[in-house]
Design a protein. Structure first.
Length: 156
């Protein structure tokens, strides 16, 4: 793969996402990747519907997406960014190791399109760090600095 090709923007549909991430319903929180430049940045989204299982209890009559799930959606987008630059991810998992500077700015509710952005990715040894932002209608909903470890799936 040439350097020029490696830095060309990619998109990912749900089939590609399912191929790169181990998550499945109801825990897969990325619907589509609209732009990914391996080693640089990713823009993806999750459509938030009233049918999400967490709305049954968070909160009846006032459905709000839990903040930890917004962070999880950002981490999944970050995992896709990290995986996009790897030749083979079949035996790998991307595991949270840290969150810094977490701030929640607005509620995410049914009908919203949660825009997920990760950038400024740094990879050193098996640790990956990046800046992450979640937006709704172009307005900041949450932000964090995410650290993840790239681990072997079969640690047995």
């Amino acid at each position: 793969m040439t350097q020029e090709r490696a830095s060309s923007p990619q998109t990912m549909d749900i089939r590609r996402i399912l191929n790169l991430l181990p998550h499945r319903y109801p825990f897969l929180l990325v619907d589509r990747v609209v732009e990914c430049v391996p080693g640089s940045h990713i823009r993806a989204y999750k459509n938030i519907t009233f049918n999400e299982p967490f709305f049954q209890g968070h909160f009846p009559g006032a459905p709000i997406m839990p903040g930890v799930l917004i962070l999880e959606a950002l981490a999944q987008a970050g995992g896709l960014l990290a995986a996009s630059g790897m030749e083979d991810t079949s035996g790998k998992l991307f595991l949270f190791t840290g969150l810094d500077g977490v701030k929640f700015r607005r509620q995410v509710v049914p009908g919203d399109r949660l825009e997920l952005e990760c950038s400024d990715m740094r990879l050193k040894l098996n640790l990956c760090k990046m800046e992450a932002r979640a937006l709704v209608d172009g307005k900041l909903a949450a932000e964090a600095r995410i650290t993840a470890a790239i681990a072997d799936r079969d640690r047995g």
